[in-house]
Ligand binder design. Structure first.
Ligand SMILES: [Zn+2]
Length: 349
């Protein structure tokens, strides 16, 4: 029972400091130990394989509804001609996103953690829910799938079969496209945080908008997800896929972690004006409880240490040098591993 008590305590620093590791039931995923990689923490396997994860999720939802009756942040919708993106703040730091084709009123939701909050947004907007895009199995991203499916019979649930996503109706392969009204989403396989993690890219071109990346727990403002089920090499390849989308791409992450991630990054890079400026801005935003998303992938490359593994200044701070004959990507994976290791140990004050 000792394990359960530790488990169900939201006071755990690991828990609070990092993306909430919500598991799936029944657990199909596995938690490989990576040779030379970062080990998953011992509790992760319990979360991913037992009912405790689901119970924790239910408790987390209840507590967050009490603590943040209006959500943890002020939602700031983003409009382009023909499309509206509405971030929905859920739990204590998650975001779901309602993406609306404003012409037809058809809509998709990304990672509906709290079905009540998502349903309230659907009703307020007066839209029809056609699709749920689930980035990964953790309950803080997938916990609302069942309830929303019950309420919206024709709504499909998209995601990877590798990730045991609750209520999955339409498994997706890497680079598969899905249309919702006039909206076109592309699914990209981005393993590392979980084996079946996927991100979704809304094609902005028909609306004169940049691409919109819904990144789940792959990438945050100034941060990246924990490596629960993948090696640094795997995560690096997935981050490179995201960066390949182009600098103008808008980043809509799965969590509001900007302040914590920027503060950590500023401890690594002491002389980075872009980072300093973003930290100042984020501090101001969070004082007013405003959301910090979206940023752009171009911006992220100027201050996000997980996207700067190629930068000599970061490598020097970490005391890492490329071995003779070492492949550049193998070296970048070592840099990523070290940044991630330090972030795992970092305790925000
Ligand atoms: Zn997660």
């Amino acid at each position: 029972m000792k394990v359960c008590r530790i488990f169900l305590s939201s006071q755990s620093t690991d828990w609070k400091a990092e993306p909430s590791p919500m598991p799936s039931l029944p657990a199909v995923g596995h938690t490989p130990q990576h040779q030379g990689g970062l080990r998953s923490p011992p509790w992760y396997s319990l979360y991913a394989r037992t009912r405790l994860g689901y119970l924790f999720y239910q408790r987390q939802v209840k507590k967050a509804r009490e603590r943040y009756p209006l959500g943890h942040s002020v939602p700031q919708p983003c409009h382009f001609p023909g499309v509206k993106i509405l971030p929905i703040p859920v739990l204590s730091n998650n975001y779901s996103y309602l993406v609306i084709d404003t012409g037809s009123g058809q809509a998709a939701v990304v990672d509906p953690s709290d079905p009540l909050a998502v349903q309230a947004a659907i009703e307020e907007e007066g839209v029809m829910l056609e699709a749920i895009f689930c980035t990964h199995k953790h309950w803080d991203h997938s916990g609302g799938n069942a309830a929303l499916r019950q309420q919206h019979g024709s709504c499909k649930v998209y995601g990877s079969t590798l990730d045991a996503i609750p209520e999955l109706t339409n498994p997706l392969e890497d680079k598969e496209k899905v249309k919702v009204g006039c909206l076109t989403f592309e699914a990209l396989a981005t393993p590392g945080h979980t084996v079946g993690h996927m991100v979704y890219v809304l094609d902005g071109e028909p609306f004169g908008a940049p691409p919109c990346l819904f990144s789940g727990d792959l990438l945050f403002l100034a941060g990246c997800g924990r490596l629960f089920e993948g090696s640094p090499e795997t995560m690096l390849a997935s981050l490179d896929v995201a960066v390949g989308l182009g600098e103008d791409t808008l980043l809509w992450p799965g969590h509001e972690y900007a302040l914590e991630c920027l503060t950590f990054a500023s401890l690594l890079e002491l002389d980075n004006p872009a980072l300093e400026q973003k930290l100042q801005w984020a501090t101001q935003q969070r004082q007013e409880k405003r959301s910090t998303c979206p940023s752009t992938l171009g911006e992220e490359q100027t201050y996000n240490p997980f996207l700067r593994t190629h930068r000599p200044e970061l490598q020097a701070v970490l005391g890492l040098r490329r071995d003779g004959g070492e492949h550049p990507d193998a070296f970048r994976a070592r840099v990523l591993k070290e940044v991630r290791r330090r972030k795992d140990l970092y305790k925000p004050t």
